[in-house]
Design a protein around this ligand. Structure first.
Ligand code: FES
Ligand SMILES: [Fe+2]
Length: 344
């Protein structure tokens, strides 16, 4: 049996993960999200965005079925109220000022915002896997999201596909990259939990179809985040980020965030670019979803690799290191002392 990397590998607890778009959180309060096989509830309590384990300690129903009441989240079943740290502060059945059992609490997680997404970690000292947000926040760029796509494909396999350049002229012959020769001149290196790869590429000019020389620079950070910077011969660059939310062993949500410099804030051009990127994402998912078990092997002998796959081989090794326990936390899950809140 092939050894593959699971969306619920315990080592994944050491990282930040995207769990929702900011729009989704603005539209639903509270909101249930899934991460690493477990449900969490995001809520804005007095304007403060917080995350709690989505399970009431009383009768174990999801707190996300409940209601926000001031600075507390009230369980739908018997009305227990929980504060931002997950502590129960009110039990209707015992009356005002009545005793509240110490065990009447649920875990809290840290949340933050980046790239238009809400990120969550349960680790008190998570591994840094940030990208600079500066092109995303730069008003010269137009930003948009392709997806989110929810799929049975594992987060590792989606990230591998994103950094895989040799599929571009074939799988995406219709949508872009029609001029690629497919011959790879790819350089890749790994430093800790980061992989960098660079390769020349060819894109087709949107109106004339003429080939355009570009450079693809990738930064891939464990476990499932990647940046692609596409630089044109005039020095201009566009950016695409791929972020995956490993929800359960059989479910991933994929967010592709773009920051393009050449769209001149023109709504029609932005829509067209977003449609193209969505079509590209669906081409990727269609081939991956056609696999019987769409998970990434971390046993290198399970597949064939050539020089065009150098970065992807390093990525498999990086995931294997996580699966081998290289990151197992010495910390407990007592993260309340490290609580960090975001105004949202
Ligand atoms: S189950 Fe939540 S208050 Fe009873
Ligand atoms: Fe692709």
């Amino acid at each position: 049996m092939t050894t593959t990397f699971s969306n619920t590998d315990p080592g994944l607890r050491r990282f930040w993960h995207p769990v929702a778009t900011q729009e989704a959180v603005a539209a639903a309060n509270p909101l249930q999200v899934w991460l690493l096989g477990e449900p969490w509830v995001l809520a804005r309590l007095d304007g403060e965005l917080i995350a709690l384990r989505d399970r009431c300690p009383h009768r174990l129903v999801p707190l996300s079925e409940g209601t926000v009441v001031g600075a507390t989240l009230q369980c739908k079943y018997h009305g227990y109220r929980f504060d931002a740290t997950g502590r129960c502060v009110h039990i209707p059945a015992v009356g005002p000022g009545g005793p509240i059992p110490a065990r009447a609490r649920t875990d809290a997680a840290r949340v933050r915002l980046a790239f238009g997404l809400v990120w969550l970690t349960t680790d008190p000292d998570p591994i840094d896997s940030d990208f600079s947000e500066s092109p995303y926040l730069d008003s010269d760029f137009d930003t948009f999201l392709a997806g989110p796509f929810t799929t049975a494909v594992g987060a590792g396999l989606i990230t591998d596909n994103f950094m895989d350049v040799t599929h571009l002229p074939f799988l995406h012959a219709e949508t872009f990259a029609g001029h690629e020769s497919g011959i790879s001149d790819l350089h890749a290196s790994r430093d800790g939990w980061t992989i960098r790869q660079r390769t020349p590429g060819l894109l087709a000019d949107e109106s004339t179809g003429a080939p355009i020389d570009v450079t693809y620079d990738y930064i891939v950070r464990a476990p499932f985040s990647a940046e692609l910077k596409i630089t044109y011969d005039d020095g201009r660059s566009d950016y695409i980020w791929s972020f995956c939310q490993p929800e359960t062993t059989g479910r991933t949500t994929w967010y592709m965030v773009q920051a393009y410099g050449g769209l001149h804030h023109d709504g029609e051009m932005i829509d067209r670019a977003a449609r193209t990127q969505r079509a590209v994402g669906l081409e990727d998912l269609a081939i991956l979803e056609s696999m019987p078990d769409p998970q990434i092997p971390i046993d290198l002998t399970a597949e064939v690799h050539t020089k065009g796959d150098r970065g992807c081989v390093r990525y498999r090794r990086m995931l294997r290191d996580i699966a081998d326990g290289a990151l197992t936390s010495a910390h407990t899950t007592d993260i309340d002392r490290h609580q960090e809140h975001i105004r949202g």
